[in-house]
Design a protein around this ligand. Structure first.
Ligand code: ZN
Length: 236
């Protein structure tokens, strides 16, 4: 190889190396590309709802982003505190985990769960804490298809006192569903829908939430998860 050719070869090699180094250093690290969701204090209710809808779309499409579980993120959340953008009250059903359905990581959604997504004093207090003290602008009641708590309420049975307390909460929703029922096959599904509405109304009746609603600082929506499709349908 002549001197000139050797120089050109070395220069090309050097340039390729430099470009590779720049590209590698600029590409996002696997753990860092994720916690991109804004703080709850940085978005309004509609923006927060869009974040959930986008996350559910990724889940349905099988295009989930890597939810950031690095030590660095955990440490940031420990140092800076939590600023979730949504409070979600959902059923405890093991097939309905909100963080997975909305493809979210640590610190983004404040979740309350119980069988039947019912609103009692403890869950209402938790919801109030999430919006009033943590600053989340959105509250979602997340029900789902084939809810066992709803089915047990309708079918009846010999419940323990504590399980009976759940059925007691869902009974008014069942009664509402019965009034408008056109096809008895739909009684389970209609009661699930009424139960979501009932929880939304109970949240809206809280003095704390009422006040925040008047000031347009919070929004309450109902939503239903389809076990079949993975989609969450929001009813605003
Ligand atoms: Zn359920």
């Amino acid at each position: 190889m002549s001197g000139n050719k050797k120089n050109v070869f070395l220069l090309t090699l050097l340039t390729t190396l430099l470009i590779s180094i720049v590209l590698i250093s600029c590409s996002p690290q696997k753990g860092k590309q994720l916690n991109v969701s804004p703080k709850g204090t940085e978005v309004n209710a509609d923006e927060a709802l869009n974040l959930l809808k986008d996350g559910n779309k990724r889940f349905v499409d099988g295009k989930e982003k890597n939810t950031d579980l690095t030590e660095e993120t955990k440490s940031d959340l420990f140092e800076d505190g939590q600023y979730p953008y949504a409070v979600i009250i959902s059923c405890s059903d093991s097939r309905v985990p909100p963080e997975l359905l909305f493809n979210e990581g640590f610190g983004n959604i404040f979740v309350i769960r119980n069988a039947g997504n019912v609103v009692d004093q403890i869950s209402l207090g938790s919801i109030e804490y999430g919006v009033e003290h943590l600053g989340a602008p959105l509250i979602m009641v997340l029900g789902h298809e084939k809810c066992g708590a709803v089915k047990a309420t309708i079918d009846g049975g010999d419940f323990s006192e504590n399980i009976g307390a759940i059925a007691k909460e869902i009974t008014p929703a069942y009664n509402s569903a019965k009034i408008n029922i056109k096809d008895n096959k739909l009684i389970y599904s209609n009661t699930e829908d009424e139960n979501i509405k009932q929880s939304v109304n109970e949240i809206k009746n809280s003095e704390v939430i009422k006040h925040l609603l008047e000031e347009n600082k919070v929004k309450v929506v109902g939503a239903k998860y389809s076990l079949e499709t993975g989609k969450v349908i929001v009813s605003e």
